[in-house]
Design a protein around this ligand. Structure first.
Ligand code: NAP
Length: 238
């Protein structure tokens, strides 16, 4: 990926931060996140980047993000809709008031972004949207019902978007467990590094892949079709 104008949401941490680091030397990178201090720190540390504080859940922030990119560059080749959150929800306990937050950010926020940026993508060269979904789109983890459902929704949504918009390359990334703050509460040594995921995304994008399965997600995806109950049991025994 070279000489492109790229927006990476969630660019201050984990997979998004690694994407920013890898792509900044050869592309024009804009990234966003909610925490203004982290945005400023990341922009300072990684040359050739523009950080914007924005919450993808907010209509206003998404509009402002769009206007800043449109006014400054007038184009967007790649939208990396990567920002996300993950929360445990246990229906045996009283539900927190924000129990739908994973759906609102991971699915609602991503759709909001795409709605806003579609005209700019349409008028740019070789436009693409890369959505960071999860292998949980195919196999739910029961302790994260809303998170798993938000990724299943993204999977379905990317299929429809791809079919409706032949001008737009729609790529879905379905990682397994990755060693980032988002997955810190899941205690296992079997996590992929965010750098390996970012490298896989860039490599497979260049190979023309439509769905990208980093690390063991390849096996999990295969098993979700061949032995769905078995893989569901395996992923839920971690
Ligand atoms: N880690 C895993 O095991 C794993 C596995 C499969 C898929 N994924 C997916 O990979 C993506 C990246 O996750 P990660 O693991 O790299 O997590 P992470 O290290 O926690 O990074 C998440 C990033 O998203 C930003 N963000 C969260 N909510 C936002 C919002 N409403 N608006 C704008 N930015 C927001 C965060 O910054 P602020 O908090 O400052 O906004 C941060 O920069 C997510 O979509 C996640 O679901 C992760």
């Amino acid at each position: 990926m070279q000489h492109k104008t790229i927006l990476i949401t969630g660019g201050t941490s984990g997979i998004g931060l690694e994407l920013v680091k890898l792509l900044a030397p050869t592309n024009r990178i804009v990234f966003c996140a909610r925490n203004a201090d982290m945005v400023a720190k990341t922009q300072k540390e990684i040359p050739n980047t523009l950080g914007i504080t924005a919450d993808i859940q907010s209509d206003n922030d998404v509009k402002k993000l769009y206007h800043q990119i449109n006014e400054r560059y007038g184009m967007l080749n790649v939208l990396m809709a990567n920002a996300g959150v993950a929360n445990f929800v246990d229906y045996n306990d009283p539900l927190p008031s924000n129990s739908l937050i994973d759906m609102d950010i991971n699915f609602g926020g991503t759709v909001k972004l795409i709605n806003q940026f579609l005209p700019l993508l349409r008028s740019s060269e070789n436009p693409a949207v890369i959505l960071t979904s999860s292998i949980l789109a195919k196999v739910p983890v029961h302790s994260m019902p809303i998170y798993s459902a938000s990724k299943a929704a993204l999977h379905s949504y990317s299929q429809s978007l791809r079919a409706q918009l032949p001008f737009l390359r729609v790529v879905e990334v379905l990682p397994p467990l990755v060693d980032t703050p988002l997955a810190a509460a899941i205690k296992t040594n079997d996590k992929l590094s965010p750098k390996a995921v970012a490298q896989k995304i860039i490599g497979d994008f260049e190979k023309g892949k439509t769905e990208i399965y980093p690390g063991r997600a390849v096996i999990a995806n295969f098993m979700s079709r061949l032995a769905p109950k078995k893989i569901e049991k395996m992923l839920n025994s971690l």
